[in-house]
Design a protein around this ligand. Structure first.
Ligand code: NDP
Length: 402
């Protein structure tokens, strides 16, 4: 039985704390640490009410390696589940190395001053984790995360050869607000205002933001327009799916969302360049925007509809051309009833708990820095069914999605 520290008490941290508390046979001691102690207190009280379990809480600034190391040396956890922001990945990895603790996250490191979405900074920790006998599991959310595991399942258990993968992400839910983001607004807007990028025949192809779109009939949701974006799991999947000819990532957006986003971009509110307000005060417009937009956690109550996310894989099965969509449908209202969160936080927090469980049970264990698709998909997929994210495989006409 294990002792874990969860860092980050936002929408995802709330789900991870609840889900770990639901599995006492693995997660014996749980500490939730974050920058604002009041948020940890609220989650601790909610977990107690829903599961009867008491979790510890702590205040920490995870940008501060010494403070984070001191927390880990005091609590002596087996594993840190990092669900703070991507900016903290490296400082938390440093603290894990200092204190001899395994590490897991759900989003790749981003420097604050450039939206880059590259794994190179975290890959640079490989040798140090290997030498310390420690494991770091990167991207154990839904996308990245479950999508990587679906690809591993297709590679190892469904297809003989894989030609193309299209990861399709749809939030068909309605939170009733004119404009809001479903996870941290700063991270979300940085991601979707970047140029799109996909990989074809061994090279990356860059496109203007939101310039390629098409309709897809999402199970559980219906027809929705999806746009090609760059997404971080593409970078590791191209290395680990042999024979792959093309991989793209698609996300759906409604007209209202895109109209608001266009206006915000046109007036400069999505910029990450700090502007000087005088009197020694400066702020990046996107950080200010984050402060005025609804907190993603606050969207949960009254959120209706479903998310539908999966991998459309095309290749051969039994020597014949084949196409399969491997997916999960998740209901916002059901998530709220279970843990007080909306489905975007839920679909991230559940895989974070399961990834941690895989490591602690040593079903997935190898010192170094690893991606989800480098391990056996089956035990993880069994746990998805068990812990709230059942998955399915749908047969499609080969060539129907080009
Ligand atoms: P939130 O903004 O709701 O929560 C982030 C939490 O981290 C807040 O409690 C925040 O504290 C805390 N935090 C920020 N900076 C620090 C710091 N320096 N030290 C300690 N704590 C800090 O975000 P979400 O919960 O929506 O997202 C969490 C993570 O999950 C993000 O990295 C996001 O990119 C990732 N994600 C991954 C997905 C996937 O499928 N792979 C999908 C969705 C999200 P405070 O309240 O004080 O600001």
């Amino acid at each position: 039985m294990a002792n874990v520290v969860i860092i980050g008490a936002g929408g995802v941290g709330n789900v991870v704390a609840h889900k770990c508390a639901q599995v006492p046979e693995v997660f014996e001691n749980i500490t939730l640490a974050s920058r604002t102690i009041g948020k940890c207190e609220r989650i601790r009280d909610a977990v107690k009410e829903r599961t009867g379990r008491t979790i510890d809480i702590a205040e920490v600034d995870a940008d501060d390696v010494a403070a984070t190391t001191a927390l880990l040396e005091r609590v002596r956890p087996d594993l840190v589940i990092n669900v703070a922001l991507p900016y903290q990945d490296l400082t938390i990895m440093d603290a894990c190395l200092n204190a001899g603790v395994h590490y897991l996250d759900t989003a790749n490191y981003e420097p604050r001053d450039e939206a880059k979405f590259e794994y190179k900074w975290q890959w640079a920790y490989r040798e140090r984790f290997e030498q310390a006998g420690l494991m770091a599991l990167l991207g154990s959310g839904f996308d990245p995360g479950v999508t990587n595991v679906f690809c591993a399942y297709a590679r190892d258990h469904l297809f003989e050869t894989i030609d193309t993968i299209d990861i399709l992400d749809c939030n068909g839910g309605d939170h009733g607000k004119p404009f809001a983001t479903n996870f941290n607004p700063e991270i979300n807007i940085r991601e979707i205002t970047q140029p799109g990028r996909y990989w074809e025949n061994g090279q990356w192809i860059e496109i203007a933001p939101m310039s390629v779109s098409r309709e897809f009939d999402f199970p559980g949701v219906g027809e929705r327009k999806a746009y090609v974006l760059y997404h971080e799991e593409l970078e590791s999947l191209v290395l680990h799916i042999p024979g792959l000819k093309r991989i793209r990532f698609w996300m759906t957006f409604g007209e209202q969302y895109l109209t608001h986003l266009n206006v915000l971009q046109n007036v400069g509110m999505t910029s990450i360049e700090p502007i000087d307000l005088g009197n020694g005060v400066s702020i990046a417009p996107i950080e200010f925007l984050k402060k005025v937009l609804p907190d993603p956690g606050s969207l949960a109550e009254g959120y209706t509809g479903k998310t539908s996310i999966g991998c459309l894989v095309q290749g051969t099965i039994d020597g014949q051309p084949a196409a399969r969509f491997i997916y999960n449908v998740c209901d916002h209202e059901a998530c709220y009833r279970e843990v007080g969160s909306q489905a975007v936080s839920y679909t991230t927090g559940v895989p974070a708990m399961i990834g941690a469980k895989m490591m602690l049970e040593q079903k997935w264990f190898q010192p170094g820095v690893w991606h989800m698709e480098q391990f056996d998909a089956l035990p993880f997929l069994d746990d998805l069914n068990r812990y709230g994210l059942p998955w399915q495989v749908m047969e499609l006409e080969p060539g129907s999605f080009e």
